[in-house]
Write a protein that binds this ligand. Structure first.
Ligand SMILES: N[C@@H]1[C@@H](O)[C@H](O)[C@@H](COP(=O)(O)O)O[C@@H]1O
Length: 251
């Protein structure tokens, strides 16, 4: 795991966009694993700005999102389908036939998950997976206790996760209780992983991430076993780590 320290949210987003653009430039038909949430919004904004200024093309890019709420229609403004369309897909020249998200309304969820994993494999696997991190250490929606062997599956969301995401909904009761998420094994198969963290609310989990052994009670700790993981975090998110520790992890 290589740590890159950013001054603030804006710098984190700019650095993250650079990593993604390097990937796209080195392989114009890259398969990108994408994330939702507040942390990655600025990164999408930077990619859109670059697309407008430099005409970087997404014509041959394929994308797979990490997760989707169960039971929300694609049109629901809180669905991750709607988030991706609004904040990224509609703003770059990516053909919609090349963007994939789990279907949270699938009748047969097991079949949906299997098909999703197969599709990723069929397109050659994920070259670069973008990740945020939950305050409880979840990646995607792999909550504490998730198996490291899991592929795409249906999960029950922790109350704390529903509370953290309630800010987007009218009330906590409206936050779905379940979601479909790529599993930890699916995420670990990505050739490269880019995890972003910003803000004081992520400082405790980042401290734990760098100090804890690999444990499924903090799912993100598995990332230390991945050969090519970059973490870009801002100063607030790193504020519980000593300067010397930050230097050590930056190597
Ligand atoms: N399922 C998403 C994750 O993919 C995201 O990384 C995380 C952090 O969200 P945020 O960036 O808004 O803090 O929580 C959500 O629940």
């Amino acid at each position: 795991m290589k740590l890159i320290e950013a001054k603030d949210y804006h710098e984190m987003s700019m650095l993250a966009a650079e990593v993604i653009l390097d990937q796209i430039k080195s392989k114009t038909d890259s398969v990108l694993g994408l994330a939702t949430g507040g942390t990655v919004l600025g990164t999408y904004q930077q990619l859109i700005l670059d697309h407008q200024r430099n005409k970087t093309t997404y014509q041959h890019i394929k994308t797979f999102n990490l997760d989707e709420y169960a039971g929300l229609s694609k049109q629901d403004e809180n669905s991750y389908h709607a988030y991706m369309k609004k904040h990224f897909f509609d703003e770059v020249n990516i053909p919609s036939s090349q963007t994939f998200l789990p279907n949270g309304e699938a009748q047969d969820m097991k079949a949906e998950c299997e098909t999703y994993d197969l599709k990723i494999e069929e397109l050659g696997g994920i070259d670069l997976q973008l990740l945020g991190i939950g305050q409880n250490g979840h990646i995607g929606f792999n909550e504490p206790g998730s198996s490291f062997e899991s592929n795409t599956h249906l999960v029950a969301l922790e109350q704390s996760t529903r509370e953290a995401n309630a800010r987007y909904f009218d009330s906590i009761e409206d936050v779905p209780t379940h979601a479909v998420t790529m599993g930890i094994a699916s995420i670990m198969k990505s050739k490269k992983i880019l995890l972003l963290a910003s803000g004081i609310q992520k400082s405790s989990i980042l401290y734990d991430l760098f100090h804890s052994d690999v444990t499924n009670s903090i799912p993100a700790t598995i990332l230390i076993n991945h050969p090519d993981t970059i973490i870009i975090a801002d100063q607030e998110a790193l504020s519980k780590l000593h300067q010397d520790e930050r230097k050590m992890f930056a190597k």
